[in-house]
Design a protein around this ligand. Structure first.
Ligand code: PGA
Length: 260
């Protein structure tokens, strides 16, 4: 399914950068990125304590700030967690369902679905990560996993939510284990098939589902980004390690710009 959606590049800084380094990267990006934000929606996701400071650097620009997660309860005795209402007004987007949260913090399909709904309730656009592990892929379970993960999200959404929803196909085995390493990647055609599958699960006849943006994530660099985004229905990339290097992240965006 082709898509007319505006392209998107999401930087997931994870916990890679100190406060000083985060602000350095943000300041460098501010110098090089502002023009690029015309053609590509750019979202930077620092750690929670840095959201305000990074947001201030980009205030008045088209570059958005996002969170890396929100908690699945609205408030209460949840030490160390961050609720939707605590970041409301500070971010336009939040990632939910990242495989590192699923693995380390035990996030379930049900909790990810609640997070996505909560984000929408607060006017925050969810970037919902889905994707299979290496074990699941080896057993031929990729499609089953995506069906399970996406269907759970859809129980909570209607087609009216679709323009504000972003999915990201992130096969867990393709995510680079550390900053310097580039992991294996699926073939771009396979990513396009998975983007189509996500939209079909979202809406059987696909009538409204083309409004959902579907990104690819997993070891994306400036050398690989264009091949994914040139595929029909792939609307951009979610970038981890490479997004912490300003010149590399801006090269990725330049590659995206050439695709549409
Ligand atoms: P990576 O991370 O680009 O470093 O593989 C992507 C992600 O986990 O979001």
């Amino acid at each position: 399914m082709a898509s007319e959606n505006k392209l998107m590049a999401v930087a997931n800084w994870k916990m890679y950068l100190s406060r000083t380094a985060s602000l350095q990267v943000a300041n460098s990006l501010a110098k090089i990125l502002t023009k690029q934000a015309e053609k590509v929606d750019i979202v930077l996701c620092p750690s929670y304590p840095l959201i305000s400071e990074v947001g201030a650097i980009f205030s008045g620009t088209k570059i958005s700030v996002g969170a890396q997660d929100i908690f699945h309860e609205e408030n209460g005795p949840f030490t160390g967690e961050v609720s939707m209402s605590e970041i409301q007004g500070l971010v336009k987007y939040t990632i939910v369902g990242h495989s590192e949260r699923r693995k380390i913090h035990g996030d379930l399909d049900e909790t990810v679905a609640v997070k996505a709904k909560l984000a929408l309730k607060g006017g925050i656009h969810p970037i919902i990560c889905v994707g299979e592990t290496f074990q699941e892929r080896k057993k031929g379970g990729t499609i089953e996993v995506l069906k399970r993960q996406v269907s759970k999200i859809m129980e909570n959404l209607t087609y009216l939510d679709f323009p504000r929803v972003v999915f990201c196909y992130e096969p867990v085995w393709a995510i680079a284990p550390d900053l310097e390493e580039v992991g294996p990647q699926p073939e771009p055609q396979e990513v396009a098939e998975m983007a189509g599958l996500i939209r079909r699960i979202a809406h059987e006849n696909g009538k409204y589902a083309e409004k959902i943006r579907v990104l690819y994530g997993g070891s994306v660099t400036s050398k690989t980004a264009a091949a994914f985004v040139s595929e029909p229905g792939v609307d951009g990339v979610l970038v981890g390690g490479a997004s912490t290097k300003p010149s590399e992240f801006s090269s990725i965006i330049r590659e995206l710009e050439k695709c549409r």
